[in-house]
Write a protein that binds this ligand. Structure first.
Ligand code: SF4
Ligand code: SF4
Length: 364
């Protein structure tokens, strides 16, 4: 008997390039490595012309960390882009938690102190969601969690983007790469809030010393101290996770249940919104060096959890992130966050057709 059932359509793997670099001590060598990776991407960048407003999306890191992408490493890329358009700029959005980068003034001070300023790199820095993170634009996506998403206006108004991500672990998504840089990193404050809502911490009373450190970092006044123990007001909590980092006795934990699943899914739905806003005119470079447990939003330096690998690049953020996970080793992230399945972000990104986790790895 003939079988009339339809075979699942075959997915074409996305091309992902890797340029390996083990020793990250020589800036000149790093710059050359980044440039080699960039040259593989260049033929795909025909969407950049002399009139383009081209955003280079990256993060400057928190004030007291050295775990961020150094501007000197990008000199070759910036020179190459300057030949294509005069309208290039570094773009970032304000943080949800209340550190210096939660408003454009403090944010530009941090950027400047880390070498990102017009006088040092020859291109301006723009905080895309305005002074206080309120300047967003609504983009329709029709996802499972969101009908539409709130993306920073300065990003929506760009013509195209180079998304440069320092790959690390992350306390809520297990892994932070291109998808997180797009999804969380390009959202307005409201968009960031909507992604975080639903992930609540839990206070383990027996471990609580009543020091109040969690209360002082909480951006939402969601923690109080009663009878020398921390108490959480769930309705106020925005799920930013700051208190878990501040607590030195391990008395605060994020509930790693379906909320963490939702967090990753929401994050990639926001990433889809950015891709739609820019009509897919985005290229991605992931830096696989100093891969730490937590992202560069931590105000401290951390010991790497894996050896340095090099630069991964491509035009599909899902493939670029999946290749980054595989090259570093998914187990390295699982050791840090045993209860988080970091492949959720890849699977949901495939489901909503943001890209594919199947890739062809090409060594440069
Ligand atoms: S309680 Fe913790 S997770 Fe909730 S808003 Fe405050 S710092 Fe953030
Ligand atoms: S930081 Fe930790 S130990 Fe201190 S009050 Fe908060 S939960 Fe308790």
């Amino acid at each position: 008997m003939q079988n009339h059932s339809k075979a699942a359509p075959k997915t074409t793997p996305s091309k992902v390039y890797v340029k390996r670099l083990r020793d990250w001590s020589d800036d000149q060598q790093i710059n050359e490595t980044v440039l080699s990776a960039w040259q593989c991407l260049e033929p795909t960048l025909d969407f950049i012309d002399k009139n383009s407003f081209t955003a280079i999306k990256l993060t400057f890191g928190e004030e007291d960390t050295s775990g961020y992408i150094k501007p000197v490493w990008l000199a070759g890329i910036l020179n190459s882009l300057k030949q294509k358009t005069e309208n290039i700029f570094i773009v970032e959005t304000n943080t949800l938690y209340r550190e210096k980068r939660s408003n454009a003034v403090g944010h530009l001070h941090v950027a400047n102190s880390h070498g990102y300023s017009l006088d040092k790199i020859g291109i301006p820095v723009i905080i895309a969601d305005g002074l206080r993170g309120r300047d967003g634009q609504t983009i329709s996506i029709r996802g499972d969690h969101f009908e539409n998403v709130k993306i920073a206006r300065g990003i929506c108004e760009s013509d195209n983007m180079i998304c440069i991500s320092h790959v690390t672990g992350h306390m809520q998504s297990g892994f932070a790469g291109a998808l997180k840089n797009l999804g969380m990193g390009c959202a307005s404050r409201q968009g960031k809030l909507l992604q975080h809502s639903g992930t609540l911490p839990e206070i383990i009373i027996d471990k609580c010393a009543g020091c109040g450190a969690c209360m002082s970092v909480c951006p939402a006044n969601a923690i109080g101290i009663k009878k020398k123990k921390a108490i959480l007001v769930n309705e106020r909590c925005i799920g930013c996770g700051e208190c878990t980092v501040a607590c030195r006795t391990g008395a605060i934990d994020i509930k790693y249940d379906e909320n963490v699943v939702k967090f990753q899914e929401k994050m990639v739905e926001y990433a889809l919104g950015v891709k739609k806003a820019l009509s897919s005119k985005i290229a991605y470079l992931n830096f696989l060096e100093t891969v730490t447990k937590n992202c560069d939003c931590m105000s401290k330096n951390e010991t790497p959890i894996a050896p340095d690998i090099g630069i991964i690049c491509g035009t599909d953020p899902v493939a670029v992130d999946k290749a980054s996970m595989d090259l570093i080793g998914i187990d390295k992230f699982k050791e840090q966050f045993p209860d988080i399945d970091l492949l959720i972000q890849i699977k949901h990104a495939e489901k909503i057709k943001l890209g594919t986790g199947q890739y062809e790895l090409l060594e440069i």
